[in-house]
Design a protein around this ligand. Structure first.
Ligand SMILES: Nc1ncnc2c1ncn2[C@@H]1O[C@H](COP(=O)(O)OP(=O)(O)OP(=O)(O)O)[C@@H](O)[C@H]1O
Ligand SMILES: [Mg+2]
Length: 324
């Protein structure tokens, strides 16, 4: 089981030895973030191992170092410090093992921070991502502990495991009888192993039932919950991304159903962004937006003639419109 695998990798930290840096890889909604959080909190409570979790999407080197320094047990003061000062503080902080979770690793735009973190004593990086080859390729050569680190692989939940997760949610969050076992099975069957999709579908079914004045969830509420849940998830995932992703998304959405070619996308993005990034970065944003099911493209999107469009044209980017 994935929890045991990750626990095995981090085990040395419980005895005061540094654990190997490692990868946590698996599809969206397979429980990577929640399982890692659960385990690290347990290590903290039971063995006093300090840890921090940072989200890489759109974060600058300074922001990442600041958030990490804030949780490092031997860095007493970090307020108002610049990147160089934070680095000195962290380099000088000799300490017992310290675990750093770099979540949403595919959104990391400053790989040099991995060199910074690699230099700090007794630090282990736990990098959470979707695509192993792509993630490893983005690590600077000198950080070979991480490049060669072990991988803990998360698989989509089985239908049986998903039923259990949904049952537990229903037991804690709902009055008895609001949803029946067949309905939970139906949801578990539909959501292809994604706990995020499963949990949201259950929530959506209940919400739709309430809106429709039902005292318990009907099969029709369940049938309609899936599209409702997908829309909610798209909204949450889009909100979790940073400003540059939002600008790229807005440009694609504004192109309408005909879609937009990469060259035009890049040009309009540059016009609209207050801090435009390069072509490679825009390709990366596009890839993540597609992985999140927010945009789609013709073919595999590899050609400069392939068009890109928003999956849900009613979903706006959470951006304030520019003041003209
Ligand atoms: N074993 C579980 N029991 C109960 N709920 C779970 C479990 N695993 C995941 N969930 C729920 O499913 C949702 C998605 O899980 P999580 O965020 O851990 O997925 P993830 O693999 O990190 O996805 P992503 O790659 O999109 O970040 C969370 O809201 C979480 O509460
Ligand atoms: Mg996650």
């Amino acid at each position: 089981m994935q929890l045991d695998d990750l626990s095995g990798v981090l085990e040395p930290a419980t005895g005061g030895e540094p654990a190997q840096s490692c990868w946590v890889i698996g599809p969206s909604g397979s429980g990577k973030t929640s399982t890692s959080r659960f385990l690290l909190e347990e290590l903290h409570v039971d063995f006093g191992v300090p840890w921090v979790r940072v989200e890489c999407v759109g974060a600058s080197r300074w922001e990442l170092l600041r958030d990490i320094a804030a949780e490092h047990p031997k860095v007493a003061q970090h307020n108002g410090m610049g990147t160089a000062q934070l680095l000195t503080k962290l380099d000088d902080a000799d300490s017992d093992p310290f675990l750093i979770v770099l979540d949403e690793f595919d959104g990391l735009e400053v790989p040099e921070v991995l060199i910074d973190l690699d230099r700090i004593d007794n630090v282990s990086m736990i990098c959470i991502g979707h695509d192993e080859a792509e993630a490893i390729a983005s690590v600077p050569n000198s950080v070979d502990d991480l490049r060669n680190g072990p991988t803990v692989r998360f698989e989509p939940y089985t239908t049986k495991a998903m039923v259990k997760i949904l049952q537990a949610r229903a037991d804690t969050g709902l009055q008895p009888g609001v949803v029946d076992d067949d309905q939970l099975e139906r949801i578990a069957d539909e959501v292809a192993g994604s706990a995020r999709y499963g949990v949201q579908s259950l929530r959506s079914a209940v919400e739709l039932g309430e809106e429709r004045g039902h005292t318990s969830v009907t099969d029709e509420d369940v049938a309609d919950s899936f599209e409702h849940a997908k829309a909610r998830i798209r909204e949450q995932l889009l909100a979790s991304l940073s400003r540059q992703y939002h600008v790229v998304y807005r440009v694609i959405r504004e192109a309408g159903e005909d879609g937009i070619r990469p060259a035009d996308l890049l040009e309009r993005y540059r016009e609209q962004s207050d801090d435009p990034r390069g072509r490679q970065a825009v390709m990366k944003y596009r890839k993540k937006l597609k992985r999140y099911g927010l945009i789609d493209c013709e073919g595999d999107g590899s050609s400069r003639w392939h068009r890109w469009w928003a999956v849900d044209d009613t979903l706006k980017a959470p951006l304030r419109e520019p003041v003209l």
